[in-house]
Design a binder for this molecule. Structure first.
Ligand code: AMP
Length: 508
């Protein structure tokens, strides 16, 4: 059987192909037939370029239905899709294009000048443009192509997508995901989140990241469900479409912003079936406030570019705030320390094995080997613990672990403590170089509007609750935490900003 992911999606399209697949904010409707025919045209265009079968198609374009169609066309034609964040500038694009050596680059018309220069210098022979409003050379060229295309024969182990990790430390690595990885994960999630007839997905996430592309869109495509496409997250627009939607997926920041609008509540959510959160930790405050305001319990799940989704709170069972839930069916997740599995409640490294786990890092065989255990588990780099009911909590990234005076300090524990203080909106705890302790614990704290807090009071509060070595040595008040587009706190930027804090002590 052909394992091409497009063939799987096409087999699940609704019988009535004149039904709406994508509705846009500017009032356009794309039927399932439109999606099938438009992706066939682009697949024919790509196939006509006579590229080697493992060719990468690198894409840096604004979100649009055509961007999703280009993704579908790429996998349908058997090539490897490589989405790139629209925020990347020259040096980043030089790195990704140089590393991935794509056969084709597709960029926004406005960026053609500089992107094509980088691409041609790296040996890419074909550069097309695709704008937000169906403009650019890609669609112009594809318009002359046939609108039927048989999905290229693929094995489950063949590459479908390369996702470059966000690389908040070190070089960004290309995670190679196969047709089999993506198909298995999409099927598991369809079942686990109880996708059903009549579902409508409100799609506000970007398409260059796993969350919007491989979780949200895949869910709707596999279920033959309509999507309402918003160009980006905008609380007002989301509230406008929620009454006509049943599923919404977002990063925690989206939920915080929705709650900040006094008009957001039960009424706008009356038609909704499911809210999903992921990509970064959802604060317990947000989780609870959402229940209070809407009556809905956000379902938090955990995943990463290398493994797609691996753990999720249940649809039917209890959704526990502050946890990411239970391992998905068929996925094996364990928490280990020094090579041994931890007892329930103990903190350790999260490792995963299953059909969802990627093939390896692009052109980094040694790095890939390092990240797998001898018995085939992938080391996620996240640190966490299982509770007695089998729910996983994430404590942080292992690289964010602070070792102060020889003691391990898990930032999440201190962040939770600070976040509980009245007047604290949120916090981020980092380790900074310290002449005595090796690393010293430091917190960056965002204060709620109108609240007055002092460094001394917060330190005193921490001292009363936790061991001294965990108490922040300094607390810096900041107006907001630096976050990337997926809402992840960029602790590397905080470490850089405050790196000299204890430098003076070294000179004494
Ligand atoms: P990415 O590959 O960009 O999706 O980033 C994956 C990383 O995001 C994971 O390794 C986690 O560190 C983090 N992450 C994803 N979902 C969650 C979640 N629900 N809670 C906490 N961290 C998360």
């Amino acid at each position: 059987m052909n394992a091409n992911l497009y063939a799987l999606f096409a087999s699940r399209f609704p019988q009535d192909r004149s039904a709406c697949c994508i509705e846009t904010h500017d009032g356009l409707f794309y039927t399932w037939d439109d999606i099938d025919r438009a992706s066939a045209r682009i697949a024919n265009l790509l196939a006509g370029l006579n590229l080697p079968s493992d060719s990468r198609i690198a894409v840096q374009v604004e979100k649009s239905p055509e961007a999703l169609i280009l993704y579908l066309a790429t996998i349908r034609a058997g090539y490897v899709y490589l989405p790139l964040n629209t925020a990347y500038r020259v040096s980043e694009m030089e790195y990704f294009i140089g590393d991935a050596e794509p056969a084709v680059v597709v960029c926004s018309p406005a960026n053609f000048g500089w992107v094509s220069k980088i691409a041609f210098q790296s040996g890419t022979r074909h550069v097309f443009t695709l704008g937000e409003r169906r403009d650019g050379s890609l669609l112009a060229r594809a318009a002359h192509q046939s609108d039927s295309f048989e999905p290229v024969e693929k094995q489950p182990d063949d590459l479908a997508v390369i996702l470059y990790t966000s690389g908040t430390t070190g070089r960004s690595k290309g995670a190679m995901l196969t047709h089999g990885n993506l198909a298995s994960n999409a099927k598991v999630l369809q079942e686990y989140w109880r996708w059903q007839d009549g579902d409508v997905l409100l799609h506000a996430l970007p398409l260059f990241h796993i969350h919007g592309l491989l979780v949200a869109s895949h869910g709707a495509l596999l279920n033959g469900s309509k999507m309402i496409f918003l160009p980006k997250f905008d609380a007002g627009q989301v509230m406008q479409y929620l009454p006509r939607s049943t599923i919404f997926m977002g990063v925690p920041t989206y939920y915080v912003r929705l709650l900040a609008d006094p008009a957001f509540g039960k009424e706008v959510c009356a038609n909704m079936r499911l809210f999903v959160s992921g990509s970064a930790p959802l604060l317990l405050d947000t989780f609870n406030e959402f229940i209070r305001r809407t009556g809905h319990t956000i379902l938090e799940r955990y995943g990463m570019s290398e493994t797609v989704m691996l753990v999720s709170n249940p649809y039917d069972g209890p959704r526990v705030g502050g946890t990411v839930g239970l391992p998905l069916p068929g996925v094996s997740v364990r928490v280990t320390k020094d090579g041994r599995e931890c007892a329930t409640g103990d903190i350790g490294n999260i490792e995963v094995r299953g059909p969802n786990v990627f093939k390896g890092y692009w052109r980094m065989p040694e790095k890939t080997a390092e990240e797998f255990t001898a018995d085939g588990y992938f080391k996620t780099g996240d640190v966490g613990r299982f509770d007695a009911n089998g729910y996983l909590s994430i404590v942080g990234r292992s690289k964010d672990l602070i070792i102060s005076g020889g003691y391990n300090v898990y930032p999440k524990e201190i962040e939770s403590l600070l976040d509980d203080v009245d007047g604290v909106a949120e916090s981020a705890v980092i380790g900074l170089p310290h002449p005595d302790f090796g690393e010293a614990v430091v917190a960056a704290v965002v204060v709620r509007l109108g609240a007055v807090l002092t460094e001394a009071a917060l330190i005193a509060h921490a001292k009363a609750s936790i061991a001294n070595y965990k108490v922040p040595k300094r607390i810096f008040f900041v107006s907001e935490l630096p976050r990337n587009t997926m809402g992840k706190v960029q602790k590397n930027l905080l470490r850089e900003q405050f790196k000299d804090t204890f430098q003076a002590l070294a000179a004494i």
